[in-house]
Design a protein around this ligand. Structure first.
Ligand SMILES: [Zn+2]
Length: 191
């Protein structure tokens, strides 16, 4: 992979204000190895080199690394980030570059909101599970764990919440058949 299609982030800056790779790592909380990897992938460019051969970066490199981090959290691979940068810098018109970027952000915003909803659902289920388990602390049901499956004590709810119910379902079966029975593909194919 070449990285020649991306311009360096190199405005004319006196060397004294340039950063070494360790400075960028410190400023962003990344490892030096990660910074080097970004550079190998063409996501980052040193502005210049010092007389003794060290790579020197402009301060914009810190912004770039934080940008990489944000996109990583949004689920972008390093290769996808490179494509975003390449598309941006190779666009003929600023307007079309902006449109592409806006479409991408709209898509990611929808995915992010979807993820939030799913995590909120998980949050509710965990709270429900914990509330149920708290009532189990006072449960008088003695004996082995399988007695919990058909627990006759009043736990204050009609049935255990899904996160607990899923564990309590058929412990005997779970123990005896660690492998699922053979099922023909034809039998499970959708109609
Ligand atoms: Zn119980």
């Amino acid at each position: 992979m070449t990285s020649s299609s991306l311009p360096s982030q190199a405005p004319a800056t006196p060397n004294s204000t340039l950063l070494r790779v360790g400075d960028i790592a410190k400023a962003t909380g990344k490892t030096v190895r990660a910074i080097h990897l970004y550079e190998e992938l063409g996501l980052l460019r040193p502005a210049t080199r010092s007389s003794d051969g060290f790579r020197l970066y402009d301060h914009s490199a810190v912004d770039r690394v934080r940008w990489i981090d944000s996109l990583h959290e949004l689920g972008f691979s390093l290769q996808e980030m490179r494509e975003v940068l390449t598309n941006w810098w190779s666009a003929d018109q600023g307007a079309s570059a902006m449109t592409n970027l806006r479409d991408l952000f709209v898509r990611k915003l929808e995915e992010t909101r979807d993820l939030i909803r799913r995590h909120q659902q998980l949050e509710r289920e965990l709270e429900e599970g914990l509330r149920y388990l708290a009532t189990c602390e006072n449960c008088a049901a003695p004996g082995p764990v399988h007695e919990c499956v058909n627990c006759a004590q009043d736990h204050g709810v009609k049935s255990p919440p899904p996160l607990v119910a899923g564990i309590k379902t058929s412990p005997e079966n779970a123990r005896k058949s660690s492998r699922p029975a053979f099922v023909r593909v034809e039998d499970i194919s959708t109609s």
